[in-house]
Write a protein that binds this ligand. Structure first.
Ligand code: CP
Length: 308
């Protein structure tokens, strides 16, 4: 397609193609950080209406390593502050002829709406609670490299599922690739409709992660708990925080993942997060650059095919 808005419309073969290309970019990034020219002559604009460390930095590096002209819009300093709407802002930038727009926005559906208005390729860098497709793709690449496959694995996604676009995109992707996905967390943080996505739901951590190959932890997203129930951090850590003792219920070679940003001592024990024998959190960040290079490379090929 022209855009990367979510995992939902992707076919399993498209996911595999993207991960294969991303694998080659992991090798390239390790060998040398020299520029390639697959995005030469293209302009990439990053528009982040919500805070980011990993996604913003890796999209910027990915564009630069592929030779694009990359511009980061400082949205806090933009005319949004003067009342300009998202769509007017997007149309203004569109008139400057970008080729790739990378957008993060606090509202679910905002990035899809924007994509309908502009002429360039749009990449969703996270919209509200809806989707974060490049995160699910980098998680998939991390799992595939650690486990040697991306099918018939038992994967537990634990914590604040309700507010998590990362959980939603991962459930969709891992389901398409025929894995067994379990959701583990307090019932108040696992919304009913998630249960229709073909997953098993647990509210006990030890039961939920028993026999799992992968344990993916999520952050408590207090900024999205507008007025709702906010659990106490101490109680939450006791029941749902991952430490070595709870992890011993998973398979002996189970890997621990976290998309970041993590809150040590809330959803995960800091020592476990740093244990390079179990935690692949730093690999996830490394895969993030490669996956974003692959995504923009593939979209640029489509743009060129359209123009030809
Ligand atoms: N995982 C993730 O999206 O992190 P950032 O919010 O730092 O980009």
């Amino acid at each position: 397609g022209r855009h990367l808005l979510g995992i939902e419309p992707l076919h399993p073969t498209e996911i595999t193609t993207l991960l294969d290309l991303a694998d080659s970019y992991v090798d390239l990034n390790r060998r040398s950080k020299k520029r390639s020219d697959v995005l030469a002559g293209l302009t990439q604009i990053n528009m982040f209406f919500e805070n980011s460390t990993r996604t913003q930095a890796s999209f910027e590096l990915a564009g630069k390593r592929l030779g694009a002209d990359v511009m980061n819009m400082a949205m806090q300093a933009s005319s949004i502050k003067k009342g300009e709407t998202l769509i007017d802002t997007a149309m203004t930038l569109n008139a400057m002829h970008p080729d790739l727009l990378v957008v993060r926005h606090p509202h679910s559906g905002a990035v899809d709406l924007l994509a309908q208005k502009v002429n360039c390729a749009v990449l969703n860098a996270g919209d509200g609670r809806h989707e974060h497709p490049t995160q699910a793709l980098l998680d998939a690449l991390t799992i595939r490299r650690a486990k040697g496959r991306l099918h018939r694995l038992n994967i537990a996604i634990c914590g604040d599922i309700a507010h998590s676009r990362v959980a939603r995109s991962n459930i969709l992707l891992l389901g398409k690739m025929e894995n067994r996905v379990r959701l583990v967390g307090p019932p108040t943080l696992i919304p009913g409709p998630m249960k229709d996505l073909g997953v098993e739901v647990y509210d006990d951590m030890r039961e939920g992660i028993a026999g799992c190959d992968v344990v993916m932890m999520l952050r408590l997203q207090k900024e999205r708990m507008d007025g709702g129930f906010i659990p106490s951090e101490r109680e939450y850590y006791h029941r749902y925080g991952l430490d070595a003792e709870k992890l011993s219920c998973a398979k002996p070679d189970a890997i621990v993942m976290h998309p970041g940003p993590m809150n040590r001592g809330v959803e995960i024990d800091g020592t476990l997060a740093d244990d390079i024998n179990r935690s692949v959190i730093q690999e996830q960040v490394e895969m993030g650059v490669a996956v974003r290079m692959a995504a923009m490379d593939l979209l640029a090929r489509n743009l060129r095919a359209e123009a030809a």
